[in-house]
Write a protein that binds this ligand. Structure first.
Ligand code: CA
Ligand code: ZN
Length: 232
């Protein structure tokens, strides 16, 4: 999820401000070191009991992307979220699919910007608990027109899925210049930024495609928020 999508969703965000502050009073955390919930889209929690199923617009896409989730899925499960790989179903990128589905499709420049993909939770779900969402990966990664480093590709593929579960970019004004800038995210002592950092983050090593600890903490917070509100 990047800036153009936020512009589309600002109308939702205004309506959500009240909900977010009420939720905070109920013991809901919407940000922490290196993580942030997609509060702007009305998502502050993820289900601790339902199973999120990743589905694909075509069999070709299923085969293409499935291997890229292999390292992340166990980490997401360890954080308390039930998630499974599913099959093929029709995906309309302009409309959310069935509840608890994370729908994967591919488009040419889904945000209009070369090299950018799009991932978002279905906006304003009941009680602020993610019901899944939609990912549109940029087809340029595969047709030779966009030169993307292997670790950026691996990290981006997982980054977009984490958006659907309810994580936003944790970028924050660390240098105090009044602007929250691209890549401006907390880093570990090894220099690893959250996978959710915009426009990209995560490991540049063999661990590319894995969540960084910050991202795991964000997922755990989404689940804790559900539990603290008595949501299942
Ligand atoms: Ca700054
Ligand atoms: Zn993003």
């Amino acid at each position: 999820m990047r800036r153009p999508l936020l512009a589309i969703c600002l109308a939702v965000a205004t309506a959500m401000t009240l909900t977010a502050s009420q939720a905070t009073a109920a013991g809901v955390r919407t940000s922490g070191t290196g993580w942030k919930t997609a509060t702007i889209l009305g998502v502050t929690s993820a289900s601790p009991t339902k199973t999120y199923t990743i589905t694909f617009a075509t069999e070709q896409l299923r085969q293409r992307y499935t291997p890229y989730y292999a390292q992340a899925l166990p980490q997401i499960r360890d954080a308390g979220i039930h998630i499974e790989l599913g099959g093929v179903e029709e995906v309309d990128p302009n409309q959310c699919g069935p509840d608890w589905h994370i729908q994967i499709t591919e488009m040419y420049r889904p945000l209009g910007t070369p090299g950018w993909s799009q991932g978002m939770p279905c906006p304003a779900p009941p009680q602020g608990m993610s019901r899944g969402g939609i990912v549109a990966y940029d087809s340029e990664y595969w047709d030779g027109t966009w030169d993307i480093k292997e670790h950026h590709l691996k990290n981006t593929i997982v980054h977009e899925v984490l958006h659907t579960l309810g994580l936003d970019h944790p970028n924050t004004d660390l240098d105090g210049d009044g602007k929250t800038e691209p890549h401006e995210c907390v880093a570990t002592s090894y220099g690893n930024k959250p996978l959710m950092c915009s426009p990209n983050g995560g490991y540049s090593t063999a661990n590319a495609g894995k969540l960084v600890g910050y991202d795991v903490n964000g997922l755990k917070a989404l689940v804790a928020n559900a539990n603290n509100q008595g949501l299942s």
